[in-house]
Design a protein around this ligand. Structure first.
Ligand SMILES: C[S@@+](CC[C@H](N)C(=O)[O-])C[C@H]1O[C@@H](n2cnc3c(N)ncnc32)[C@H](O)[C@@H]1O
Length: 244
């Protein structure tokens, strides 16, 4: 499933600028611990959007890994053009070696791509293996409690999400991103409780879900009514937990 990202590596980050992407970033940032002086590993880092954000938030060391060669190549090109000290490597998250003992590990839109419960277990085990004891994990994955009828009206947030069936224990869908030119990718929603239980089995404690946050200027610009559906029924779920 990572290979679909090879063809959209150069356009993917436009998804962060549509209304839903603005809320995603603000919500993810609200769940982060203080990164000042910390080491951070971002697994499924894509084209490097979040690694760059973590560095600008004060992280001392940031590494990103992804299974899509073109995503990593794009991230490396940005780093070469404007070096800020981020390292990128090509790895499948389910086979991730120990790259270090990081203070914080993140996995943003990764866990839905685990093709089955065993692969999800393997990914969570590899995330834990890269954390210091007591280290923090922040994950964002497709919202298991989502209402598909409400999602059908999300064009105003810059994307449509259409269910396509079932695959390896997850609901599959096509995400159509309405930018110029538009692009599509496949996404997968685990049923309620599956990811949470896997994280607990993997040794994570204090699992906390963070509510959606809309940036203040976007709230003021479009008004509360515009954002109401997304706040009640987000496409994503953000959690933070501690190892041990
Ligand atoms: C929706 S993108 C999100 C990228 C990035 N986290 C972001 O939010 O900008 C999902 C990413 O997960 C990566 N991915 C999917 N399966 C993976 C796997 N098994 N191991 C590592 N990366 C994977 C894809 O290549 C893609 O870059």
């Amino acid at each position: 499933m990572a290979d679909q990202y090879d063809s959209i590596a150069d356009v993917y980050e436009q998804v962060k600028r549509i209304p839903i992407g603005l809320a995603e970033t603000t919500t993810l940032v609200s769940a982060l611990p203080d990164l000042n002086g910390k080491s951070v590993l971002d697994v499924g880092c894509g084209a490097g959007y979040y690694p760059r954000l973590f560095r600008s938030a004060g992280a001392r060391r940031v590494a990103g890994v992804d299974a899509a060669q073109e995503m990593i190549a794009h991230a490396q090109r940005v780093e070469e053009r404007d070096p800020i000290g981020i390292s990128y490597e090509l790895y499948d998250a389910a086979e991730l070696p120990v790259m270090g003992a990081f203070d914080v590990v993140t996995a943003i839109w990764l866990l839905g791509y685990a093709p089955g419960a065993d692969a999800l277990d393997a990914m969570v085990t590899r995330l834990a293996a890269n954390l210091v004891p007591g280290g923090e994990l922040v994950v964002l994955f497709p919202n298991p409690d989502v209402d598909w009828d409400v999602l059908a009206g999300y064009s105003r947030y810059g994307m449509t999400v259409v269910g396509t069936g079932e695959s390896a224990g997850r609901l599959s869908c096509t995400v159509h991103v309405e930018v110029d030119p538009p692009f599509d990718f496949e996404s997968f929603y685990w049923p309620p409780g599956v990811v949470e239980a896997t994280l607990e089995r993997g040794g994570f404690t204090g699992l906390t879900r963070y509510p959606v946050v809309v940036p203040a200027e976007a709230l003021a610009e479009r008004g509360e009514g515009f954002w109401a559906d997304l706040l009640a029924c987000p496409t994503f779920a953000v959690y933070r937990a501690k190892l041990g």
